[in-house]
Design a protein around this ligand. Sequence first.
Ligand code: 6PG
Length: 220
Amino acid sequence: MFTSPEALAAGVAAAVARWLRHDGTDVGLAGGSTPRRAYERLRRARVPWAEVTAWVTDERHVPVDHPDSNAGMALRSLFDHVPATLHEVPWDPDPEVAASRYEQTLRTILPGDGGPRPGLVMLGIGDDGHTASLFPGSPVLAETTRHFAAVEVPGRGWRLTATPPLLAGARRIIFVASGSAKAESVAAAISGDRSLPAAVVAGLAEDVVWMLDREAAALL
Ligand code: 6PG
């Protein structure tokens, strides 16, 4: 548990940099706002960036230059500043086409014979317990074959998201959460409340690390 959002960002950046130096060269990026500070800190980290392949664990159905784009946030905060490769979700007016094309990209850039098997995956958590764009009650939670899928989320429009089969193959998942609004969903997810997609995903992975600031960890 980290004492502040800034300490959390420094801790996450250090953990990601350590992984990319010693354990693997691919990283799935969390979207949203929490990871931005960590991405900014990674600009100055000791990482063999030219060897690094990055992808996004979910995306809004917008072009990368849209202010809501997760890939756009990652580019502005880190990947425009280092020689790593960030694979963006290709824009297509049909979200199903975009998701299918991205799944093919993931099959080519990620290790794994029987299907993409990510190394390090960073994920956030919503106050409702969603992670990536896997929201409570989402039909994608029951996905068993596709690794990336399009899903219409009530009140949020179309989203493109990593699926449980893709996330289950990760060698390590780091969940990052900051702030009191996340305290309940973090505690419920860690306790294994499988009504929360974050708990479902955490239960699938072989190695899960929760990186929290004091407020997000308040109910543990
Ligand atoms: C997204 C994210 C989503 C995010 C959580 C937390 O596209 O919004 O992938 O899963 O990680 O909603 O978002 P914040 O970091 O903004 O609280």
